[in-house]
Design a protein around this ligand. Sequence first.
Ligand SMILES: [Fe+2]
Length: 445
Amino acid sequence: MTTTEQPDTQAEVLRSRIAAELERTRARTALLTEAVDDDDLTRQHSPLMSPLVWDLAHVGNQEELWLVRDVGGREPVRHDIDDLYDAFKQPRKDRPSLPLLPPAEARAYVSTVRDKVFDLLDGIRFTDRPLVAEGFAFGMIVQHEQQHDETMLATHQLRAGPAVLDAPPPPEPRVRVADEVLVPAGPFTMGTSTDPWALDNERPAHTVALPAYVIDAAPVTNGRYREFIAAGGYDDPRWWSGPGWRHRTEAGLSAPIHWRRDGDGWAYRRFGRWSPVRDDEPVVHVCWYEAEAFAAWAGRRLPTEAEWEKAARWDPGTGRSRRYPWGDDDPTGEHANLGQRHLWPAPVGAYPAGASPLGVHQLIGEVWEWTSSTFRGHPGFTAFPYREYSEVFFGDDYRVLRGGSFGTDRAACRGTFRNWDYPIRRQIFSGFRCARDARPEEAHG
Ligand SMILES: [Fe+2]
């Protein structure tokens, strides 16, 4: 800034917020990649996952492409590695056999890129150019790194060997939560046109009218899920869709991943440590087909994406949609189990301050919740900044997950945030809640 320009307080506030988010995020990336040795970093822990060192350099490469080169117009740091770290060109199963940057080089690369980003952030003007307005590209890069941090956390969960991650246990229940909540019929605003760092698939805001429905006040728990297992739910094709039953049979599904029989009960392995399954926690590591089968067994169904979002955002007092169930303020540790603050979901009733006005709990954090919806653009969707962000995934192949998990950072989680995955996937921190149509006497009661 030259001395003739007025200091722009708003720009300064945005600049320091971006810097803080970049640093906070990089600290998490460092934690996840420094917890293991070089051999562990370069090894593939599951064919579903990249070696951690791929995620690390990929994060830096995306930051270089979008911020250093595109926003900053600077010379490439390393254009020779672009293809290696292009997620579209390199399927996950092939990534370990690529000539990847070794850990020390990957670390040096991401920090060189980061130095350049801080340098350009110092002098940037947040003009109307869509990529820089309100710091969008920086927000996109923060979210991208956080999403890879969650992916790396899932890799840690799949990794064999002794535990390397530590965190305090989540809070205990503070209130008793009802079983279900009625959401009255009527329109609500879905999506957003104003959240500055919202991604293209969350936009634009639009009105959706829904009939009355009933939704679980909390995610389905391990205790309920054990009842489904004990009732022979995995062996009864009545509860499974055709493709679901085929997958269940081919993959030999009989319980969530990381579960094993333990005497009369069950135990689960969480980041290298076994413990008895706790009944009042949301179930995690189930695929969409398992969620669908449980719901059928329970006489319920999965909520649509719109039903999930109305339960999470609609304020019956004002009729407007909030950014989060509790209001418009960013999440704190009182609202939700987010950001790897804890290493597993909290029991039901642990976050009363995060409940929606209608009394729906733990929508944000805990587990990604499968919905019945396939991944589509909202009406009026425009791809930004590129088709590969969301649009190439639209169609019937993917199901939408909402709400974020204990491993999702607050920067990559809003009431409008959308995630998507194949219905067979369960190495992610995925769970669900159920819904049903309201009965006429409920709807008009
Ligand atoms: Fe990526």
